[in-house]
Design a protein around this ligand. Structure first.
Ligand code: ADP
Ligand code: MG
Length: 516
C-alpha cells in the first residue's frame, strides 16, 4: 500500500454513522470494563461523593496504522531488553556510579538511593526481583526517507501501565471490524481495514503470569506458623486507572487462584508488619476487613511510589524502606526502579562510551540482536557544563530538535524545543546534570484518527502513535534469569500538535493497531 491510502483514513463518517460508532464504543467500554474513574474536572467530587461513577477510557474510534516492520522489530528485542535491565539492576556498582552523579541534582533519586543503602547495610533477605517492563517507541521517519525505523522513547521499569486496557481496546476494535457479524458495517469500507484485525494482545496473561511465577518462586511461608500467601498491589489513593489494574488482579485470582489485595501507599504501615524476631523478615498483611486472617506477601506490585508526589512525608519513605527490607519479591526493587532513570538510557545510548555496555551486560546475546537494540537509540546527551549536550540545548536553533527530560515517570515532566534554553538558564548550572537532552523522534507524516475522550467529547485530528511492548523478567541476585517473556503491547495516540503522550496525564487516547 502506498502513502496515498493514509490520505483518506479513517473513512469519512456521515453524522448517523458517527453517532452509531460513538454510542457503540461508549456502551462497549462500560460493558467490558474499558473504563476509568471520571476526572474531577469532568465530574466534581460533590456530584459523586461516594465515588461510584466510571466512564469510558479515552479511546480512538478506529485502530491506527503502524509499520509492521517496526512492530516486529520491537517485539523481537523485548526479551533481550528485559535481560539488559535485569542485569543493570543487579549491578549495583555500575548503576551506583550513574546514580551518585544525579544525587546532588535530584532529591527524589537521592532518597531512593538512601532506601537502597539502608537496606543494603542491614542486608537484603530476598534474592529474587521481578520486572514488569514496557519499552516505548515512536517510528522515526525524517522527511525524505522512504521507510520508518524504530526509535525508543523510554524504557519503563516501574508501574508500566495500560496492559489491561490496551488488550480491551484491541478487542473493541476487533469487534467493530466484525459488527454486525456476517455483514460488518460499523466501519465504512476502507482498504486499510480490509481483513486487517489488530495483532493478538496477550498483555494480561503475560503480566499476570509474571506475577504468578514470582509468587510461586517465593516458596513456602516463612512465618513461624505458616500463613496463607498473597500478592499485594501497592496503589495510589483515588487511582483513576483502577480498571486497568483490575484486569491483572482478576486474572491472578480467577486463573492462577492467587489471593490479591490492594493497599494504598498511605496505609502500608497500618496494615503490614515484619515480625521483629524473624530473621527471614516475612511481610505480613492483615486485611482491615478481616483482622483474624493475616496473609504473608510473596510479591509486591507497585502501581504507585514512582514519583515524588507519592512521598508526601517522611512516613511514606519509611513505608518504602519497610517494603524493601521485607522478604517479599519486589516488582520493582529500588535498584530496578533506578535502572529506569532516563540517565541510564542516555548512558546506554552513548556512541562514545569507553566500554560497550550492551556487549558487557548481554554477553550471551547474538550480535544481530544487540545491533537491533542499538538501532532503537535516539541520540541523547548529558548536560555536563562543557559538553556537546549543553551546546545543543542552549542554542535555540538546535534546541528546536530536542526534548529535555528529568529523572521522572508518569508524563508531563519534559521540556520541549524552544523552551529548553530559557528553562536551563533559569536554574542553577549545578542542577543541569539531573536532566538529559534527547533528539526528537520524527514520526511519519501523520495519519488521522478520531478520539472519544472520557468526558464524551469526540475529536478528529492528525495523530501520532506511540507503541509500548510489554515484557516480564524474574531474576536472582546471583545473575540467574528464572523467567523471561515478551507478550502484549500498547498503542497510545495523541494529536500531532501535542508534545507529551500520557493517557493518564490526559494527552493521549488508547488505541490499537492495523499493521501495514
Ligand atoms: P515519562 O516517563 O514522563 O512518560 P517519556 O520519556 O515517555 O517520559 O516522555 C513523555 C512523552 O514525550 C512521550 O510519551 C512522547 O510522546 C514524548 N517524547 C519523549 N521523548 C521523545 C522524543 N525523543 N521524541 C519525540 N517525542 C518524545
Ligand atoms: Mg512515557
Amino acid at each position: 500500500m502506498d502513502d496515498s491510502v493514509y490520505a483518506n483514513y479513517p473513512p469519512p463518517l456521515t453524522p448517523e454513522q458517527q453517532e452509531y460508532l460513538v454510542s457503540t464504543v461508549k456502551t462497549w467500554a462500560l460493558h467490558h470494563g474499558l473504563c476509568v474513574r471520571p476526572a474531577p474536572t469532568f465530574i466534581d467530587k460533590e456530584k459523586d461523593p461516594q465515588g461510584v461513577l466510571a466512564t469510558n477510557a479515552p479511546v480512538t474510534l478506529f485502530p491506527s496504522p503502524f509499520p509492521k516492520s517496526a512492530f516486529e522489530h520491537a517485539v523481537a528485542i523485548q526479551k533481550a531488553y528485559n535481560e539488559l535491565y535485569a542485569r543493570i539492576a543487579r549491578d549495583e556498582a555500575w548503576l551506583g556510579k550513574i546514580i551518585e552523579d544525579l544525587i546532588d541534582a535530584d532529591d527524589f533519586v537521592a532518597n531512593l538511593w538512601k532506601v537502597h543503602l539502608a537496606v543494603k547495610s542491614e542486608g537484603y533477605v530476598q534474592p529474587l526481583s521481578l520486572g514488569l517492563f514496557r519499552s516505548d517507541y515512536i517510528p522515526h521517519r525524517p522527511p525524505g526517507s522512504a521507510e520508518s525505523s524504530l526509535r525508543q522513547v523510554e524504557f519503563n521499569t516501574i508501574s508500566s501501565s495500560f496492559g489491561g486496557l490496551s488488550a480491551l481496546v484491541a478487542a473493541l476494535h476487533t469487534d467493530l471490524l466484525s459488527l454486525p457479524p456476517g455483514n460488518p458495517i460499523a466501519y465504512p469500507p476502507h482498504p486499510i481495514l480490509k481483513g486487517n484485525n489488530p495483532p493478538e494482545n496477550t498483555a494480561v496473561p503475560t503480566l499476570a503470569n509474571g506475577l504468578a511465577d514470582a509468587h510461586k518462586a517465593y516458596g513456602p511461608s516463612k512465618f513461624d506458623s505458616p500463613l496463607p500467601l498473597c500478592i499485594l498491589f501497592i496503589v495510589q489513593a483515588g487511582e483513576r486507572n483502577l480498571f486497568d489494574q483490575l484486569e491483572l488482579s482478576t486474572r491472578l485470582a480467577t486463573f492462577h487462584k492467587i489471593p490479591v489485595f490492594r493497599l494504598a501507599t498511605a496505609d502500608i504501615q497500618n496494615h503490614t508488619s515484619i515480625p521483629p524476631s524473624n530473621p527471614s523478615r516475612p511481610l505480613i498483611y492483615t486485611p482491615p476487613h478481616s483482622p483474624s486472617t493475616p496473609f504473608e506477601v510473596t510479591t509486591i506490585y507497585l502501581r504507585g511510589f514512582y514519583g515524588p508526589g507519592d512521598y508526601p512525608n517522611p512516613a511514606t519513605w519509611a513505608a518504602r524502606t519497610h517494603l524493601e527490607r521485607s522478604a517479599a519479591i519486589k516488582c520493582p526493587s529500588v535498584l530496578s526502579q533506578l535502572s529506569g532513570c532516563k540517565k541510564v538510557q542516555q548512558v546506554l545510548a552513548d556512541p562514545n562510551a569507553d566500554t560497550d555496555h550492551l556487549a558487557h551486560f548481554l554477553p550471551n546475546t547474538d550480535a544481530q540482536t544487540i545491533a537491533k537494540i542499538r538501532a532503537t537509540f535516539a541520540p541523547q546527551y548529558d548536560l555536563s557544563t562543557s559538553g556537546r549536550g549543553c551546546e545543543l540545548a542552549l542554542n535555540p536553533s538546535t534546541a528546536a530538535n530536542h526534548v529535555l527530560k528529568p529523572q521522572r515517570e508518569g508524563g508531563g515532566n519534559n521540556i520541549y524545543r524552544d523552551a529548553i534554553p530559557g528553562f536551563l538558564r533559569s536554574m542553577p548550572e549545578k542542577d543541569w546534570k539531573g536532566w538529559i537532552l534527547m533528539e526528537l523522534i520524527q514520526p511519519p507524516e501523520a495519519a488521522r484518527n478520531m478520539m472519544l475522550r472520557s468526558d464524551g467529547e469526540v475529536l478528529s485530528r492528525h495523530v501520532i502513535s506511540e507503541l509500548g511492548v510489554f515484557g516480564t523478567v524474574l531474576w536472582r541476585d546471583d545473575g540467574e534469569i528464572v523467567h523471561n517473556k515478551q507478550g502484549g503491547w500498547l498503542l497510545r495516540t495523541k494529536g500531532k500538535e501535542s508534545d507529551e503522550g500520557g493517557v493518564a496525564a490526559g494527552f493521549s487516547s488508547l488505541d490499537s493497531i492495523v499493521l501495514l
